[in-house]
Design a protein around this ligand. Structure first.
Ligand code: MG
Length: 258
């Protein structure tokens, strides 16, 4: 099994990066692993921490319409270059935490996505250089208020509510090229979304290189690489689970905002 890099919080409020062991204990690191964090003499027992999202990025850059079949289901053309947008870091929530259904939204969609975690400062790099600066991979749900996305024309509101970026539960360093991503709703055994990661139009390295021509990327920043075909709505009380082969699964539930 690949090493699982986590970020956890203790009941005393201390936040640590660490390595999740098979027995659910966490070997604590002295810094984020992409900044060279090394194990210290501290292991957290399974019942003494809760999982946070595995990183705390300065920004989250999303990519729209990066799978041809998804562009088609949205009634849009395939983009000739990556179509990017930002989600604020306040959208991040952890595995098993709630997605809050905003009062002003009438249609709330899941978008299962592969997320890339940046390991170094990046500016003006090629795709080949970018590959060396991708530190690892995790799972995301690019939750979207679809009605507001259509209404606004630009996406800041539709993509930007608190809790609209479930992320985790951990980061792995490697991912096989043909890994499958699938999204499940409630107890339905049939996935709503199912695609191989390598059927995306732009590869993670190509996306990172493209973004680096526009803005500096910092260690721990997150890139959402786009959702495959099969997006759909969630209702209050629904459970949504995104799985990626070689990483694991990210599950969240929907709660109406009060
Ligand atoms: Mg998306």
């Amino acid at each position: 099994m690949a090493q699982r890099y986590v970020r956890v919080k203790t009941p005393q409020g201390q936040i640590y990066y660490g390595l999740l062991q098979l027995n659910r204990t966490v070997a604590v690191l002295d810094a984020p692993p992409w900044l060279g964090g090394q194990p210290i003499d501290l292991t957290l027992a399974a019942e003494t921490y809760r999982l946070l999202a595995p990183c705390a990025p300065s920004k989250i850059v999303g990519v729209g319409r990066n799978y041809a079949a998804h562009a088609a289901e949205m009634g849009t053309d395939i983009p000739k270059e990556p179509l990017i947008f930002l989600k604020p870091p306040t959208t991040i929530t952890a595995d098993r935490q709630a997605i809050f259904y905003p009062k002003q939204c009438r249609r709330l969609d899941y978008e299962g996505e592969l997320a890339v975690v940046i390991g170094d400062r990046i500016r003006h790099c090629t795709a080949e250089q970018a590959l060396g600066k991708i530190w690892g991979y995790t799972i995301a749900n690019d939750v979207t208020a679809r009605d507001l996305q259509r209404k606004d024309g630009q996406w800041t509101r539709a993509k930007g509510f608190d809790s609209f970026c479930p992320l985790g539960p951990w980061i792995v360093r490697e991912l096989s090229a043909g890994a499958k991503i699938q999204t499940f709703l409630n107890d339905d055994p049939q996935p709503k979304q199912s695609a191989a990661i390598d059927t995306a139009i732009f590869s993670p390295a190509a996306i990172v290189a493209f973004i680096s021509e526009i803005m500096s990327l910092s260690p721990g920043d997150v890139i959402l690489t786009g959702t495959p075909e099969g997006i759909g709505p969630m209702q209050d009380g629904d459970r949504v689970r995104v799985e990626i082969e070689g990483i694991g699964s990210l599950e969240n539930h929907v709660v109406t905002e009060n």
